[in-house]
Design a protein around this ligand. Structure first.
Ligand code: CP
Length: 334
């Protein structure tokens, strides 16, 4: 997959997975995202980097945060955006994924943002798309959600600076989570001191330690002295059979409350990719409390998605060129 993701000069071409990318590319994405952050405060929230480009949101699975922030990010880069309503598209009449792709190519589109229930679908599209087309994975099955992982890394870096000093605990449905898989890979590549996963035994993948993490089945032990706690949604739609006794019992054992949080570091930050199931993964006091950075994650998603799209389109190679005062910035953004 790595050859497909980077070109012969090591620059990002498609963004399909964290796996196979190196620390330099991940750091470039974070630095480039950082350089875009000021655009939010400008009167005209736009730079012309992708003017004239056509970006297609192809979401075969539901989404609120990812689809919307990709659209906002593309518009801030001055691209034209098509949102394909899959439920009202010819897919419902039996059109194959490849035929849909060929038709969008015939409309001279430049980039596909793909969310799909099947693992490997974004990779499949990247393999079969015309060479000039770029593909970004917006979440495929249980496999990968790389832009979510990068917006999470940006959020952590903004609060904690140095990954090499951090204990990060990821809590919840590790087994079904593409987010957890991508986060573990990104945290590991960025040199995080200690990565922990905390879950009932039935929601931990077999041989989870081979991912370079410490596994816990007790929440208080797993979050002890943690600097960052990432809570995950129970992915009921991916569960086959009874993996959990009940939502109530899950909350008693693994739901985050102020009382349980006292085991973590005082300045711990609480994250969740969303959507949150309140009263199952955490209570509202924690979700809306002073240590929660959940909504900052959503905002940071715009900067990260701008970074990934502009880098993949070759409009940008380094963080310096995204400076609104740089020569390629429009007059209205300076
Ligand atoms: N975090 C995330 O992927 O949320 P959505 O499903 O709303 O896009």
């Amino acid at each position: 997959m790595s050859n497909l993701q980077v070109d012969e000069n090591g620059r990002l071409r498609h963004f399909l997975s964290i796996e196979g990318l190196n620390r330099q590319i991940l750091t470039d994405i974070l630095d480039t995202a950082e350089s875009f952050s000021g655009i939010t405060d400008q009167h005209i929230k736009k730079v012309p980097l992708l003017r004239g480009r056509i970006i297609v949101n192809l979401f075969f699975e539901s989404s609120t945060r990812t689809r919307t922030t990709f659209e906002l990010a593309a518009k801030r880069l001055s691209a034209d955006v098509l949102n394909i309503n899959i439920n009202a598209s010819a897919t419902t009449k039996g059109e194959t994924l490849l035929d849909t792709l060929r038709n969008l190519e015939a409309m001279h589109c430049d980039m596909f943002i793909v969310r799909h229930a099947e693992s490997g679908s974004a990779h499949f599209i990247a393999q079969h798309a015309q060479p000039h087309i770029r593909v970004i994975n917006a979440g495929d099955g249980r496999h990968s959600h790389p832009t979510q992982a990068m917006l999470d890394m940006l959020t952590i870096r903004r609060h904690k600076k140095d990954f090499s000093k951090l204990k990060v605990a990821i809590v919840g449905d590790i087994l079904h989570s593409r987010v957890a898989r991508s986060q573990i890979q990104a945290l590991s590549i960025l040199g995080t001191s200690e990565i922990r996963v905390v879950a009932p035994r039935t929601l931990l993948p077999a041989k989870v330690q081979s991912l370079g993490v410490h596994a816990y089945t007790d929440l208080k032990e797993g979050i002890r002295d943690a600097d960052v706690i990432i809570m995950l949604r129970l992915q009921q739609e991916r569960m086959q059979g009874a993996l959990l006794p009940s939502s109530h019992e899950y909350f008693q054992l693994y739901g985050l409350t102020e009382e349980k949080l006292s085991c973590a570091n005082k300045d711990v930050i609480i994250m969740h990719p969303g959507p949150i199931n309140r009263g199952i993964e955490m209570d509202s006091q924690v979700a809306d409390g002073p240590r929660s950075v959940v909504l900052q994650q959503v905002s940071n998603g715009i900067d990260v998605r701008m970074a990934v799209m502009s880098m993949a389109m070759g409009s940008i190679n380094t963080a310096e060129t995204t400076d609104p005062n740089a020569p390629n910035a429009s007059k209205e953004t300076r």
